[in-house]
Design a protein around this ligand. Structure first.
Ligand code: FAD
Ligand code: NA0
Length: 457
């Protein structure tokens, strides 16, 4: 049956994947349900829709964006490529394996612009509250139209939440940080290295944000970067100017004290301490409660909320795979909503979730995590007609990416990979990443290498 109504919250890569999944069904001539997507920003693309703002947006809503200037993909694009829309189809020529943000944003838009997806999206509209009405078996969702400053409500048979989970900072307290005289911010509010040129930086946390913000600030001229870890160091071979230290115990003035008994003075502190899964529009009984992990609890197949099977979540996992994983989830969600995939009763779903969580607990290394997520996607793909692709080869690319970063954190973005979708061999970028200071789409697509002599001046 298709005479039901689906609400999608968020038009980032996950929400757009959901729209695309239904569109591909419609293109086959099959009926689809009534769909409406609500996005609080004024454009689609989620995280990839860069904003200069921090704190709140123009309508006073907590700001979604955590991306910053000079952000280049941190994994090979060949690992995130859509199976039904390749980079070569979009750009008409081979490009490098690690494009900057604007180029990836352009790619995301390319696929969706070919459809009529925009007609289904209401922008500048924030989901405020959701109730599940047992008698009607429907969700009542209260929205605010931010432009008109008006509240309204809609009813849906299924609700798909694609609101991301890298927007609400996890902000731990360190004694003395209140009196630190320099800038203190979370990675969520970092908008580029410019303000940190010639500064001594302390980054707390040891994952992607610390690694990437640290390397970017080093590249753009910070004096020094010290990364302070709680559990494990990142452990790569750092160039002179970047180092890792155990956790900060406290600060006095601009001096940080570390667990190993050392001290160091800093000009600025950036908390790269991760994000919280936060759903202020969902009541307790519908809320996904999880840390950033590969298999969040309570989600059957990583998608269907186990306490209410009409509530679906996309993209809530920690991510090696991104765009193509969101696609496989969206295709699964679509076929489930269309009644093509029957899910088992709750106790059996619990067992399946437990099986995956136990598997995740047995993983230790980066390559283990890659294998885990590869297996997860293979499982999802087996249920739908999402175009299958060579996931083992993608897993191999992820593993060599991990290795490339260990060998040289400053030039891993100069490596090139081959698309498993269409066999296109990526081109070496015209300028080595460490020397390329301009991350615009225009500059990226020019053939001109930078003038090395100019750089040496
Ligand atoms: P998001 O992109 O976060 O989109 C969620 C959308 O939901 C947003 O548009 C938001 O405005 C909307 N929304 C939220 N709440 C509401 C509400 N209440 N009502 C209405 N709308 C709402 N991935 C990669 O593959 N490669 C990278 O190089 C990479 N770099 C990253 C760098 C940073 C700094 C961060 C934080 C993430 C990065 N990622 C990267 C991961 C990134 O999160 C995913 O690529 C992708 O954006 C996730 O898509 P999503 O749609 O699930 O969430
Ligand atoms: P992320 O690095 O922002 O990436 C998000 C980190 O915070 C862990 O190291 C954790 O340590 C540490 N931490 C948490 N609480 C702490 C505390 N109280 N004291 C000290 N350290 C603390 O977050 P996480 O969750 O990976 O790590 C948290 C996403 O952003 C990633 O998916 C990544 O893909 C994306 N991203 C991408 C890019 C680019 O593509 C750049 C930045 C971010 P511990 O002890 O728990 O290990 C370029």
């Amino acid at each position: 049956m298709t005479n039901f109504k689906v609400g999608i919250i968020g038009a980032g890569p996950s929400g757009l994947a959901m729209l695309r999944a239904f569109e591909s069904e419609q293109k086959k001539g099959n009926p689809i349900p009534e769909i409406k997507c609500y996005e609080k920003q004024d454009n689609w693309g989620g995280m990839w829709n860069y904003t200069w703002r921090t704190g709140v947006g123009k309508y006073g809503e907590p700001l979604h964006g955590s991306m910053y200037k000079y952000l280049w993909s941190n994994g090979p694009k060949e690992c995130l490529e859509f199976a039904d829309y390749t980079f070569t189809e979009h750009f008409g020529q081979p490009i490098s394996s690690y494009p900057p943000r604007e180029v990836l944003f352009d790619y995301i838009q390319g696929r969706i612009k070919k459809s009529n997806a925009r007609d289904f999206i209401k922008f500048n509209t924030v989901a405020r509250w959701v109730d599940y009405l047992e008698d009607k078996q429907q969700f009542r969702v209260v929205f605010d139209d931010l432009q008109k400053n008006e509240t309204f409500e809609e009813y849906f048979d299924y609700l798909v939440v694609g609101t991301g989970h890298f927007s609400t900072p996890n902000m731990p307290y360190f004694k003395g940080i209140d009196n630190f005289p320099g800038a203190v911010m979370h990675a969520h509010d970092f908008r580029g290295a410019d303000q940190f040129v010639n500064q001594k930086l302390l980054l707390i946390g040891s994952s992607y944000s610390a690694e990437d913000i640290g390397v970017q600030c080093f590249k753009h001229g910070s004096d020094s970067v010290t990364i302070s870890y709680r559990s494990n160091p990142i452990g790569t071979k750092w160039p002179e100017g970047i180092k890792e230290k155990p956790l900060v115990t406290h600060l006095e003035g601009n001096t940080a004290f570390f667990k190993d008994g050392t001290t160091e003075d800093f000009d600025a502190v950036i908390l790269c301490t991760g994000y919280q899964h936060k759903f202020p529009f969902l009541p307790d009984n519908l809320r996904l409660k999880t840390k950033n992990r590969l298999y969040p609890d309570n989600l059957y197949k990583g998608v269907v909320f186990n306490e209410n099977e009409r509530l679906l979540f996309l993209g809530m996992q920690d991510q090696y795979y991104t765009f193509n994983m969101f696609d496989t989830q969206a295709w699964f969600a679509r076929d489930y909503m269309l009644g093509r995939i029957q899910i088992p009763e709750k106790s059996l779903r619990d067992l399946d979730i437990q099986k995956w969580m136990t598997y995740e607990d047995s993983t230790i290394t980066g390559p283990d995590h890659v294998d885990f997520q590869t297996d997860y996607i293979k499982d999802l793909i087996s249920y739908t007609d999402y175009p299958s692709f060579n996931l083992d080869k993608v897993a191999d690319m992820f593993k060599s990416w991990l290795n490339d970063k260990e060998i040289n954190i400053l030039n891993y973005r100069d490596q090139v990979y081959t698309s498993v979708m269409d066999g296109t061999q990526a081109e070496t970028h015209h300028t080595p990443w460490m020397k390329e200071m301009d991350d615009s789409l225009e500059r990226y697509l020019t053939e001109e290498p930078i003038d090395e002599k100019e750089l040496d001046k």
